[in-house]
Write a protein of this length. Structure first.
Length: 460
């Protein structure tokens, strides 16, 4: 059965079409100009071009591609057993059309996600409806260049309720898509994030004003140690960049995407050889994978550890050394902010868009463990490489807003293994011995981490 929001879209469209026919006849008779066509038909209007989803029975990430920045609003509806309607999350995208006027629904039905569908809600609004199999918490944020809206849905309620961030921008006013009389209102278990586009800037997530006291209290994060692990530790290795995205390029043309893929393969081989780990890679060839997909692959695969591999670069050709990062909303210095912007593929000024989400999602045990793993990785990598070469520098444990780490449900770190812009370090990155040293360091750190039982806190 079609979800309620979908019915509303269809009925509204039908009514509008009928109304438009009468109006057009009237205007023609009166010699007046016809109103503008729907946004789908207008040139230069942003369009919802694709809907992508990664899902298992406790986790779903949906990405809605618009390419260009759009104004959007997210909300949710409870299940309506009387009408046979499932819980729904919907995102209204204003001033937008749909590519070719129609997008095929994404059908899943895996116990968490039923389907994702898009339809025109009114002349200027496209509504994307996520039909759930059961009520779940969710987070919504946008990433720029190309613009896409990301919806993370947690079927286990592990993510804490979205807090009212200090200084958060309240919604600009009532929107046309608010609960209708027959709708029971937003899901109380899922205070919706209500981002709106700031004038001339990127979409800024903001918290809705406090919602009315609800039947169910918002769930509180449960980050206590989970029961003893019954599976081999799952590690997702993420070689950065790939395909059309070369990453940083060294003075003699060495590409970051090739170096990190080689390191990733070595880590997989060395870790797999121990028999203690289930190792996967986000890419094992020279292909482009969007950042949000890499995180989704780790979450969908229920990885216990996520290790993103990169090589640093700087306009200062003397910059050198190894650093390992965890996610944070900001960076301690300009260099780290510029690094995150480059790795995210966006200008520095667009880095602000997800900061409230980062504060909310990356806290407590998961952050502490990521910090510990990052330090362990960096120390081991530097020690292993220094055993092979003189003058190896550690820049230490750092924090910055890397998009690829946003929404990761496990211990997650990002390695910046020396500077490809530095002639000496670039030369070393051409040497398999150096790549072995880096891989050995990562493997040593992961094994230490696993053997010391620190890995007991993953959401899975
Ligand atoms: Zn990189």
């Amino acid at each position: 059965m079609e979800g309620q929001a979908g019915e509303r879209v269809d009925l509204t469209t039908l009514r509008r079409q009928l109304g438009a026919a009468f109006l057009a006849a009237f205007l023609c008779a009166a010699g007046l100009p016809l109103p503008a066509p729907p946004a789908d038909a207008a040139p230069g209007v942003p369009r919802v071009s694709d809907i992508r989803a990664w899902t298992n029975e406790i986790y779903t990430r949906v990405a809605i591609d618009t390419g260009e920045e759009v104004s959007w609003q997210a909300n949710a509806l409870r299940a309506d057993p009387v009408r046979g309607l499932p819980p729904r999350i919907f995102i209204d995208i204003r001033g937008a059309g749909i590519r070719d006027g129609k997008l095929k629904p994404v059908e899943v039905r895996n116990g968490l996600l039923r389907q994702v569908r898009a339809g025109r809600f009114d002349r200027d609004t496209v509504r994307v409806v996520i039909d759930l199999e059961r009520e779940s918490t969710y987070r919504v944020f946008a990433l720029p260049d190309p613009f896409r809206i990301i919806v993370d849905i947690d079927g286990e309620g592990e993510i804490p309720a979205f807090p009212a961030a200090p200084g958060a921008v309240p919604p600009s006013g009532p929107v046309a898509v608010g609960p209708s009389p027959e709708d029971p209102g937003p899901l109380s278990v899922s205070p919706p994030v209500s981002p709106k586009a700031s004038p001339g800037g990127s979409a800024v997530p903001s918290a809705l004003p406090a919602i009315a006291p609800s039947v169910e209290s918002p769930r509180i994060a449960s980050l206590l140690p989970s029961p003893a692990r019954k599976h081999r530790v799952r590690v997702m290795i993420d070689p950065g960049h790939g395909g059309k995205d070369s990453g940083a390029v060294g003075p003699t043309g060495l590409k970051e995407k090739d170096v990190v893929l080689a390191i990733g393969r070595k880590i997989r081989e060395k870790l797999s050889r121990t028999g203690e780990f289930d190792v996967r890679m986000t890419r094992d060839e020279d292909v482009f994978i969007p950042l949000e997909e890499r995180t989704a692959m780790a979450n969908k695969g229920r990885a216990d550890l996520f290790v993103s591999l990169h090589i640093n670069a700087s306009p200062n050709r003397k910059a050198e050394g190894y650093s390992t990062y965890v996610l944070s909303r900001g960076a301690s210095n300009r260099e780290d902010l510029e690094l995150a912007a480059r790795e995210n593929g966006v200008p520095v000024r667009k880095l602000q868009g997800v900061k409230f989400i980062i504060d909310d999602m990356f806290t407590g045990a998961r952050k502490n463990e990521s910090l510990r793993l990052a330090k362990t990785v960096n120390d081991a990598v530097v020690r292993r490489v220094a055993a092979r070469y003189p003058g190896v520098h550690s820049l230490g444990l750092k924090q910055a807003p890397f998009y690829v780490l946003v929404g990761a449900r496990m211990t997650a770190v990002l390695v910046e293994a020396s500077f490809i812009s530095n002639a000496r370090e670039e030369a070393r990155l051409r040497d398999p011995l150096c790549l072995d040293g880096i891989a050995d360091g990562v493997v040593e750190a992961i094994r230490y981490y696993e053997q010391n039982g620190i890995l007991a806190h993953s959401d899975f």
